[in-house]
Design a protein around this ligand. Structure first.
Ligand code: SAH
Length: 372
């Protein structure tokens, strides 16, 4: 028997092409696409506005895959970690972060990671495989299903007034996912062939209907792929894990820097097509005693100053077998203040989900260490 084709690997244009190949009208693709993403159809039998003959034909050649969480853990701060077992026995994790009346979902793009950043747990397992487009969008759909049934308990309706116009901001439903960040396991730009269609499905008005300004791709700095991302999905948000301000240190803790040193990386950031007033997010993992001095802050500012920027400081999250240490509170505060005083938008990320190993750099699914 030939393998059935998973329709969740297809963008709407790809689905149109697939159905055209089967002699079907174009509008059928839109119908099927909406059933999959808006009605969360699990099978063709549910697609009641499509003829029975077509449904049977589809069922013979195609399938609609899904993910179900094998384990869900909730941390004391309301952060929820999902473990998904994949068809081949591999597994990945996604993390839901409910904060100030909004849910952000952090999803994975690969099983393991080839980038081998020294401070990151996922990196120590090396790459097992890329996730398919279906596996990427299915993380979102599975979490959406879970929170519709069981909204996060610590969802705080802040009702703040972020833009200062005095009217407070609209707060989302606790059962809605507002932001998607590709900051889980893997390097999304190392899997662009599957990540790009996944993002297209996320932002398609007939698909998952997320706004492109709510999708962020985070990279360790694969320069040619940053260019490709910018060309193919120019409106997505870009986050760059900078983490060091000299090539000497970056070469050591992030091997990718030996291929694309800081000068090239910053050039790629400058050239990334950003719409309107949007900014590149620079993530900076603070490693105690390694990159957390005011000299580092000063060099950081110099590196990013000619790029529309904001900075995310991430105090290192400790994990087993890694010798780096978290920075002191004083070092974090001083670094933060140095940047704020110079009008940089800075957020110091609190270590959400640390008690369930769901914080940045702590995801591993059920990966086992490979023999060296
Ligand atoms: N590969 C992508 C996305 C995954 S890593 C990237 O490099 O951006 C997501 C973020 O977690 C990155 O900014 C990374 O530098 C950070 N990170 C990795 N390990 C960490 C750790 N142990 N503590 C804190 N942040 C970590």
């Amino acid at each position: 028997m030939t393998q059935k084709i998973d329709l969740k690997n297809m963008t709407l244009p790809a689905l149109e092409q697939f159905l055209r190949g089967q002699g079907k009208e174009r509008f059928r693709a839109l119908q099927v696409f909406k059933w999959i993403y808006q009605q969360d159809a699990h099978g063709f039998a549910e697609m009641t506005n499509i003829s029975k003959t077509l449904r049977t034909e589809l069922d013979d050649t195609a399938r609609i895959s899904n993910l179900t969480a094998e384990a869900i853990e909730e941390g004391s701060d309301g952060t929820r970690k999902y473990l998904f077992a994949l068809d081949d026995g591999a597994s990945v994790e996604s993390v839901l972060i409910p904060i100030e009346g909004r849910n952000t979902l952090c999803i994975s793009s690969q099983v393991g990671c080839a980038m081998a950043c020294e401070f990151c747990l996922t990196g120590t397992f090396r790459l097992t495989r890329n996730l398919t487009t279906a596996e990427i969008v299915n993380q979102i759909m599975a979490v959406r299903r879970d929170i519709e049934k069981n909204p996060p308990s610590q969802f705080v309706a802040a009702g703040g007034d972020e833009d200062g116009d005095g009217d407070g901001e609209a707060v989302d439903s606790p059962a809605a996912i507002r932001n998607i960040v590709l900051m889980g396991m893997g390097e999304p730009l190392h899997n662009l062939d599957n990540v790009i269609p996944a993002i297209q499905i996320m932002i398609d008005g007939n698909g998952l209907q997320l706004s492109n300004r709510r999708v962020t791709v985070s990279t360790c700095g694969l320069v040619p792929e940053m260019k490709r991302l910018g060309e193919e999905i120019p409106n997505v948000n870009l986050a760059v894990s900078l983490n060091a301000t000299t090539d000497e240190l970056r070469d050591r803790i992030m091997p990718v820097n030996r291929r694309y040193p800081l000068k090239e990386l910053m050039k790629a950031c400058r050239e990334f097509p950003l719409p309107g007033r949007r900014k590149v997010t620079f993530e900076y993992v603070m490693l105690g005693g390694i990159n957390d001095t005011l000299e580092d802050a000063k060099r950081l500012l110099k590196l990013i100053s000619d790029i529309p920027n904001k900075v995310n400081l991430i105090p290192f999250n400790e994990h087993e077998g890694c010798n780096f240490k978290a920075p002191t509170k004083a070092a974090i505060d001083a670094f933060h203040k140095y940047l704020i005083d110079r009008y940089v938008t800075v957020i110091t990320r609190d270590s959400r989900g640390g008690d369930i190993s769901a914080a940045c750099g702590q995801l591993k699914g059920k990966l086992e260490k490979k023999e060296a």
